[in-house]
Design a protein around this ligand. Sequence first.
Ligand SMILES: Nc1nc2c(c(=O)[nH]1)N[C@H]1C(S)=C(S)[C@@H](COP(=O)(O)OP(=O)(O)OC[C@H]3O[C@@H](n4cnc5c(=O)[nH]c(N)nc54)[C@H](O)[C@@H]3O)O[C@H]1N2
Ligand SMILES: Nc1nc2c(c(=O)[nH]1)N[C@H]1C(S)=C(S)[C@@H](COP(=O)(O)OP(=O)(O)OC[C@H]3O[C@@H](n4cnc5c(=O)[nH]c(N)nc54)[C@H](O)[C@@H]3O)O[C@H]1N2
Ligand code: SF4
Ligand SMILES: [Mo]
Length: 732
Amino acid sequence: MTHPSPQTHYRTCNLCEAMCGLEIKAAGDQILSIRGDKDDPFSRGHICPKATALEDIYHDPDRLKYPVRRTAHGWERLSWEEALSEVVTNIQRIQAAHGRNAIGIYLGNPNVHNLGLILYNAPFIRSLKTKNRFSATSVDQLPHQFAAYLMFGHQLLFPVPDVDRTHYFLMLGANPLASNGSLMTAAGIENRLKALQKRGGKLVVIDPRQTETAVLADEHHFIQPGTDALFLLALIHTLFAEGLVKPGRLAEFTDGFEAVEKLAADFAPETAAAHTGISAATTRQIAQDLAAAASGVVYGRMGVSTQKFGGLCQWLINVLNILTGNMDAPGGAMFTLPAIDVVGLTTLTGQTGNVGRAHSRVRGLPAIGGEFPAAALAEEILTPGEGQIRGMVTVAGNPVLSTPNGGQLDQALAQLDFMVAIDIYINETTRHANIILPTTTGLETEHYDLVFHLLAVRNTAKYAPALFEPAEGMWHDWQVLRELRNRLEGTDKVDRTSIPGKFDFQKRLPPAKILDLALRFGPYGAHAFNGRITGHNLTLAKLKRAPHGIDLGPLQPILKERLVTPNRRIVLVPEPLLADLARLKEHFFSSNGQPSGSGQPSAYNLRLIGRRQLRSNNSWMHNVPRLVKGKERCTLLMHPADATARQISHGQMVTVSSRVGQVQLPVEVSETMMPGVVSIPHGWGHGRTAVQLTVAQAHPGVSINDLTDECELDDLTGNAAFSGVPVAVTGL
Ligand SMILES: Nc1nc2c(c(=O)[nH]1)N[C@H]1C(S)=C(S)[C@@H](COP(=O)(O)OP(=O)(O)OC[C@H]3O[C@@H](n4cnc5c(=O)[nH]c(N)nc54)[C@H](O)[C@@H]3O)O[C@H]1N2
Ligand SMILES: Nc1nc2c(c(=O)[nH]1)N[C@H]1C(S)=C(S)[C@@H](COP(=O)(O)OP(=O)(O)OC[C@H]3O[C@@H](n4cnc5c(=O)[nH]c(N)nc54)[C@H](O)[C@@H]3O)O[C@H]1N2
Ligand code: SF4
Ligand SMILES: [Mo]
């Protein structure tokens, strides 16, 4: 037998947001090596231990290779025709009997990492004609989108920290050394942060845990979970009080400076310090250092987004960057101009975002960007009445492990009339499906990062064809979405319209053709009318000839042209955010000085936060042996003083309980925790019955979201408030 000769393939890792270039050597369907691609102009050879997992996922025997139906005797194989027609029949049956909104849909995180899903999701979702749409956005970055929409006019105008040029980096609620960066695509972030320090700059981390990133930082300050908005207001207060406000050129196109000064007047550093635990002197020093830096940036991620005042936090962070003249300036918070300009394209189609037009049936929570909070999904299934969700579609999501009070959702999904999951595994969520439609993933898919080029610290472009042909009979995600849509709309006929703007790209074209058009007409495209950027003449063919990717240069100040607010000016103080300050004051400054309305029994006297781990990716990569080997990682971190007070010792099993549930896991006593705060990593909890993940089940851990509370939200945005859940810990 002859062996196939080794081939070298270049692509981008699509597991997290960092966009690392990979060099993969393969012979036939065997992978010989996966290394960092040193010639990738963006990632310059960096990878993390998860990159090699792409091989394991490709070969994972638990990964589904054909559609399956759940029966009383286990899962049985179906043909695609049987599966698709059964799915469509059931969706239509439920909608005919109970109305369009009786079907709900939840989209998970890999939707933004998968080209086919990004391109074909929107028309598929429209074909379901339901307003019951949910996604991982509302357990993640929704507050960023909310603030961007109100201040800049488009929910995707994300300011990205210009880490490679900044001189002062104030980071709140992010741990890029574990997460590899988020809303800051910056492969090799550790080296970039070290380079900042080498050029004399400073990294300051604000976090209730001394994280891996905090260890690297020049300064780390503990903060009481959920109090960041007060700290940020105190920084703004100080800038005004000490005459440090210098917005520079931004003043020409920004409204609202006086209003900010006025609203910050109530938040002296001393007032904030009582709640945050960061002293007034430290707060003033940080404000002064930020203002004095040649360039500086304030950046906040998950830890400040998923808290009770997440919307306020992301707004105030933008305000700080504007007041110090660092917004849209090198070394500050900048905006990308990617080769496929998702912001420009969605502006053309009028999809800039929207806030609170509809409200959820049971709790009246606002829909933002056309979606309800994921925290409301279970109650919409469980509460009888007109508009109750009776059927669910999940696409690349595992909300049982990822949304607050996942235990309740677990029960709710079990009661559905029908559920279909488009997913690659039988996991905690998809085990409730009647039918699972499995798709190709990772190395079997072509890749262009539509989302993460938009969030990157440098403009680059890169395309990779699939490395492997799909296994016999496998479908791509986009093919499944397109077929379901055609059947739901009752037409698989090709739409012949040639009217620009009415052309149905997803119906008529495969992903690569859509990409090619978007590149050609994009800002660096061969057909670009925009004469500002010349010389690149991008087409898909040109990207194919540059397998390491193409560098399009450092980020440029472009906000003025990008703004899509009605008067093309920055709104420094949007009305809904200003109004939300009343809620903040009520919470922290009610008469007894205690958070008002909490009414928690005093037993819940610790505050729970999460954590990310380098060899993990949300809930779905624990079936990879090399990522779970070694000592138990799903542990409760606890400060020694808190352990001693409860007579708990290192390694001991404990019960952690909250209003909604309880879990048992071992304790790691550690001075890295702020006293009074404990931490459990998210994405574990594979011990549930009927999960079919052999390796993950042998390393199950417990789910932090069996403790987090679906009623603890940022009321303004509906985002889950994971940070600071009141819990009790007792030894077993
Ligand atoms: N307490 C707490 N909860 C959290 C967080 C936290 O920090 N703390 N983090 C939150 C955040 S930021 C996020 S983004 C969410 C994530 O929440 P989810 O998106 O709901 O969860 P994931 O674990 O990403 O699940 C991804 C699913 O997609 C499937 N999948 C993987 N690749 C593919 C593919 O190519 N195609 C298809 N069709 N399916 C695929 C996997 O099998 C898995 O079922 O969790 C959130 N939950
Ligand atoms: N290895 C790995 N990488 C990942 C993921 C993963 O699961 N594993 N998930 C990916 C996804 S979906 C995302 S969204 C990104 C997230 O990327 P990051 O935002 O960098 O994620 P975290 O590591 O969760 O960092 C949140 C930090 O906030 C801190 N924190 C908690 N509460 C508070 C608070 O009230 N105030 C402050 N100031 N800090 C607080 C936590 O201690 C933690 O260090 O990571 C992505 N990358
Ligand atoms: S950092 Fe993220 S993109 Fe880079 S190799 Fe690891 S998982 Fe892949
Ligand atoms: Mo996320």
